[in-house]
Design a protein around this ligand. Structure first.
Ligand code: ZN
Length: 385
C-alpha cells in the first residue's frame, strides 16, 4: 500500500515535470483565448467598452509577464469613426422572430430603422422594403466594421437557417455613429542583452467586430484571440529567456476597421522603425490542419528559405504556403515603410470567419505548439543573418 502510493506520487511528479515544457504554454493559450472571447470583452469592439476592457487586460498581462512599457502604461491611443449597434436588434420575417448573428445580420453601414412592410421581390436573393430597407439572402453571413453610415438599412438573412421566402418584415434596429471612437495599441518589449537597439517585433490585432445589438457579440476566437494568446505566450517565453537583441510585442486595435492601429503606429512610431529588423504578424492562427501561409514570402525569399529550413529540421508544420504582398493584416504598413515582415495564418479545421460561430470551444489550435517552436527557432537565426 505504502509502496504503491509512493510509486504513484513518483509517477505523478514525473508527469508534472515533463508536462511543464510546451504543454503549459498550450494551457495558458487556451485560458487566454477563453478570457478574450468571454462576454466581458463583448467581441473586443465598439459597445459595452469591449475593446477598452481588452486593452486594460492586455496591459495588465504585459506587466505580469514583465515586459517593459512603450507608450503610457503600454498604450498608444488614437481615434477613428465607427458605426455601432448598442441597442435594439429586432427582425421578424413572415411573423417569425429571427436570431441576430445566426439567422440574420444587419449590414455594418446601416442606420437605425423601425418599420413594418411587405417585401417586393427583385430577384432570387434581393428583396425591396421601400426607400430605406433592403433584404438580401445569403449562404454565409459575414459581418464587419464600418466607418460610415449609408442611407439604407440592409438586412442579410441566412438561407441555411431561415429557409422560407421572405414576404413581410418587421424591423426595429438602433445604430449609433461614434465619430471619435477611442482605441489603443498595446506595446511592450523584452530588452536585448547585447544589442538592445535591434528589435524583433511580434504583432497581433486584439480587436474584433464587437457586438450587434444588446444581446449578441462576435467572440473572434480564431480572429484574433488565438494570435494574441500566441503573442502573449511568446512574450512569457522571451521574458524568461532574453535574447541578445530586443523582442517587441504590439497588440493592435482597429484592424477590423481597416488596419487602423498598425497604420497609426507606422505613421506615429514610438520607436524608430529602422530598429525593427524583422516583424512577424499573427492573425487567424488557431487552426493548421492544412498547414499555414506566409504573406510576403516571395518578397523576402532568404528569410522564407530560413523559415522552411527551420520547419523541416524540426518537423513542425505540415505545409507552408508562400504568398506575395497583401494588404490583409497589420504587417502591411510596416512592409510599405521598409520593415521586413511576414504575416502567418493557419488553414483548415473550421470555416467560421467573421460570424458568431468563431468560438473558443470549436477552435482546434492544431498547430499552436509547432508554430510557437517555429517562431522561436526562426527568430534565433533571422537576426544573425
Ligand atoms: Zn483578423
Amino acid at each position: 500500500m505504502k509502496y504503491s502510493t509512493l510509486k504513484h506520487l513518483f509517477i505523478l511528479f514525473f508527469l508534472f515535470t515533463f508536462a511543464k515544457g510546451y504543454s503549459q504554454d498550450s494551457a495558458y493559450v487556451r485560458k487566454t483565448i477563453n478570457q478574450l472571447t468571454s462576454k466581458k470583452f463583448w467581441g473586443r469592439g465598439y459597445t459595452k467598452d469591449g475593446m477598452g476592457k481588452a486593452s486594460d487586460f492586455l496591459a495588465a498581462e504585459y506587466e505580469k509577464i514583465g515586459l517593459l512599457p512603450i507608450g503610457k502604461n503600454y498604450k498608444q491611443e488614437f481615434t477613428y469613426p465607427v458605426n455601432t449597434f448598442p441597442g435594439k436588434m429586432f427582425v421578424e420575417v413572415n411573423g417569425k422572430k429571427l436570431l441576430p448573428g445566426k439567422d440574420f445580420i444587419v449590414n455594418n453601414e446601416s442606420p437605425s430603422l423601425n418599420k413594418r412592410i411587405k417585401l417586393r421581390k427583385i430577384d432570387s436573393v434581393l428583396y425591396d422594403g421601400g426607400p430605406n430597407l433592403q433584404v438580401v439572402l445569403k449562404d454565409k453571413l459575414t459581418w464587419s466594421v464600418a466607418s460610415e453610415v449609408s442611407p439604407t438599412t440592409r438586412i442579410e438573412i441566412s438561407r441555411k437557417f431561415f429557409k422560407e421566402k421572405p414576404d413581410s418584415i418587421k424591423v426595429d434596429i438602433e445604430h449609433k455613429f461614434v465619430s471619435n471612437f477611442k482605441a489603443a495599441n498595446v506595446i511592450g518589449y523584452v530588452k536585448g542583452t547585447k544589442h538592445p537597439d535591434s528589435i524583433l517585433m511580434i504583432t497581433a490585432h486584439y480587436d474584433h467586430l464587437g457586438g450587434m445589438g444588446a444581446e449578441t457579440f462576435f467572440p473572434g476566437a480564431n480572429d484574433n484571440a488565438a494570435g494574441v494568446a500566441t503573442l502573449l505566450s511568446l512574450a512569457k517565453y522571451y521574458a524568461e529567456n532574453p535574447q541578445p537583441y530586443s523582442i517587441g510585442f504590439i497588440c493592435f486595435a482597429g484592424e477590423e476597421a481597416g488596419l487602423l492601429g498598425s497604420r497609426y503606429f507606422t505613421e506615429n512610431p514610438l520607436i524608430f522603425l529602422g530598429k525593427i529588423k524583422f516583424l512577424i504578424n499573427l492573425d487567424l492562427v488557431g487552426t493548421g490542419e492544412s498547414g499555414m501561409t506566409v504573406v510576403n514570402a516571395s518578397i523576402y525569399p532568404k528569410a522564407f528559405s530560413i523559415l522552411n529550413q527551420v520547419n523541416q529540421e524540426s518537423g513542425l508544420i505540415s505545409k507552408i504556403n508562400s504568398r506575395g504582398k497583401a494588404a490583409n493584416s497589420d504587417h502591411y504598413f510596416f512592409t510599405e515603410k521598409g520593415v521586413p515582415a511576414f504575416f502567418f495564418y493557419t488553414q483548415g479545421g473550421i470555416a467560421a470567419y467573421h460570424d458568431v460561430f468563431d468560438k473558443p470551444e470549436t477552435l482546434p489550435l492544431t498547430e499552436y505548439n509547432d508554430l510557437f517552436r517555429l517562431i522561436v527557432n526562426f527568430n534565433k537565426i533571422i537576426l544573425n543573418n
